[in-house]
Design a protein around this ligand. Sequence first.
Ligand code: KMT
Ligand code: FE2
Length: 176
Amino acid sequence: MRAYLYDNLDTDCREPHEQNPSVPVSVEELEASGVLYWRLKDENFEDQIDKICADRNYKNRDQITVSKQGLGELFDAKIKTFFAEHLHEDEEIRAILEGTGYFDIRDKQDRWVRIKVEAGDLIVLPAGIYHRFTLDSNNYLKAMRLFKEDPVWTPLNRPCDEYPYRKAYLNVIEAN
Ligand SMILES: CSCCC(=O)C(=O)O
Ligand SMILES: [Fe+2]
């Protein structure tokens, strides 16, 4: 995983969009915005996932393959929804199984931070954080999705900041 400030250029979102010179963002800075990261080793991958699920009370899991083949005729619409800035009332938890892609999060200074993920990365986006997702130019990512409850997966788009979990998120971030 690598994170850096997004260049905010209006070009294809699948390009790296890394500022020049690059402004790296550390795991600690991501944590300050409530984003958690684990690097899972290849051996006993599932055991590591099971331990994180037990520690963080994640009860359900499924898989998603974000590709033309994986999503079929839903692909274009899903890609558009994923890249539309949104938040959830629950954590967004993804263990990357294959491929690569980008999660963009709005940090606590409201800057776009691009998080490049690859197989072996596990990322947790906190409830209430504004984020978006895109594939990169490889156009393929397979991820395990973990959930505290049964997923009622409701991406809620900006600019409404009145959501209770947005307020709760901001309170937690301000408290840090
Ligand atoms: C790899 S799926 C991530 C896309 C997303 O933000 C979502 O599921 O809401
Ligand atoms: Fe999301």
